[in-house]
Design a protein around this ligand. Structure first.
Ligand code: S3P
Ligand code: PEP
Length: 426
């Protein structure tokens, strides 16, 4: 296994430009593919999750031309006419590819087999399949009930009234919303259970609006989408920087001595994870907010007690910031950490204990009391990009740390360790 030793960092300072948002990139690619017309997508993320979406679209006959560094894509929309792929669509562990494609392909004529990495077969999808089945979709489990892989016999669906459970992942509702304009009639959706990760629904509704489709959202309880509509290409669309990726640099500046300018997200961000910057202000970071950038520097850091349901990805970064804050930090209402790239609650508790923190791992929360001294250790990353990236904060805090399998950042941020190095003084 590859290992990366991060030497103790005495200061981080300078400027970083964020790669494009994963959540926006995959939504935009799928809607551009379904659209009528050609879409030029700028600042596209180049990472594994996006490559899986691009590969699937190509297998279904969509022509996408990428520029040399793969950040500009020209997508020839197929006006809803995706072709039956010759082979199974391999979607890695990309939730933002797997879930939306499941719903969209169920409403597209043809047969589709959706497969993924072993971990994808442990990530539930039953709530989405149940809702689609109520609408008449033919989706079969190829191994275990409620989990990928899936075999989809796509066909015309007429919409109607449907309930969907929102308590495990917002991506199921996102998927249903994105498919709904393809149905022949209107769709009225009612949420069962508490809807988690709500800001991602705002991202979905915002991107659908850019492609000419209106979603009526009544307080995240009911949603309505008119049927028989075609996505319309906006011709040119810009992907803003990834707000979850911003969290590592916001945290680094808050922990270390220097000032970091983070370009690509700011006051105008449409991503919920920008809320991590507000949390870091509570923790003690000094942040200057601009429309599309943040300038962050150190303050006196103190532990906080927060409900992180709206920012599940960025909240992992708070768990390693906690190592350098005064007093305990509690991160609550994050049960679904357990069904992401790995069981993130268990994994974070294990790795934080290895560096010396006292940790309480609850069913849906984690409490971290910082250690008086930080142990030198290697960090297991469980094929989870965010574990690799957030434990880089140990080095930022002035302590050498070894990251096992650092290549796992390729899921959303292949250049992460190079970008961190570019603003580092040892
Ligand atoms: O819709 C999206 O783009 C995402 C939604 C979130 O998942 P859940 O809704 O499953 O929490 C988030 O964790 C994931 O990285 C991206
Ligand atoms: C949960 C994540 O990914 P996915 O889109 O596969 O759900 C993540 O990126 O932290």
């Amino acid at each position: 296994m590859e290992q990366l030793t991060l030497k103790a960092i005495s200061k981080v300072s300078g400027s970083v430009t964020l790669p494009g948002s994963k959540s926006l990139s995959n939504r935009i690619l799928l809607l551009a593919a379904l659209s009528k017309g050609t879409t030029e997508v700028h600042n596209l993320l180049d990472s594994d999750d996006i490559r899986y979406m691009l590969g699937a679209l190509e297998q279904m006959g969509v022509t996408v031309t990428l520029n040399a560094d793969k950040t500009v894509a020209t997508v020839e929309g197929c006006a809803g006419q995706l072709k039956t792929p010759k082979e199974a669509l391999f979607l890695g562990n990309a939730g933002t590819a797997y879930r939306p494609l499941t719903a969209v392909l169920a409403a597209t004529a043809g047969q589709f087999e959706l497969v993924g990495e072993p971990r994808m077969e442990e990530r539930p999808i039953g709530h989405l399949v149940d809702a689609m089945a109520k609408l008449g979709a033919d989706i079969r489990y190829l191994k275990n009930a409620d989990y990928p892989p899936l075999l989809i016999e796509g066909k015309s669906l007429s919409g109607g009234q449907v309930e969907i459970d929102g308590s495990i992942s917002s991506q199921f509702l996102t998927a249903l919303l994105m498919a709904a304009p393809l149905f022949t009639g209107d769709t009225h959706i009612r949420i069962k259970g508490d809807l988690v990760s709500k800001p991602y629904i705002d991202i979905t509704i915002g991107v659908m609006a850019q492609f000419g489709i209106e979603v009526v959202n009544d307080n995240y309880q009911t949603f309505m989408v008119k049927g028989q509509q075609m996505y319309q290409s906006p011709s040119r669309i810009m992907v803003e920087g990834d707000a979850s990726s911003a969290s590592y640099f916001i945290a680094a500046a808050a922990i270390s001595g220097g000032e970091i300018e983070i370009n690509g997200v700011g006051k105008k961000s449409v991503q919920g994870d920008i809320g991590f910057a507000n949390v870091m202000e509570q923790v003690g970071a000094k942040i200057d907010w601009y429309d599309e950038k943040l300038v962050v520097s150190k303050g006196e850091l103190k532990g906080v007690d927060i409900d992180a349901n709206a920012i599940p990805d960025a909240a992992m970064t708070l768990a390693t910031v906690a190592l350098f804050a005064k007093g305990p930090t509690a991160i609550r209402n994050i049960y679904n950490w357990r069904v992401k790239e790995t069981d993130r609650l268990a994994a974070m508790a294990t790795e934080l204990r290895k560096v010396g923190a006292e940790v309480i791992e609850g069913h849906d929360f984690i409490e971290i009391t910082p250690p008086s001294t930080i142990n030198l250790t290697d960090i297991d990353t469980y094929n989870d990009h965010r574990i690799a990236m957030c434990f880089a904060m140990v080095a930022v805090g002035g302590h050498e740390v070894i990251i096992n399998d650092p290549g796992c950042t390729a899921k959303t941020f292949p250049t992460f360790f190079n970008v961190l190095e570019s603003i580092t003084t040892h």
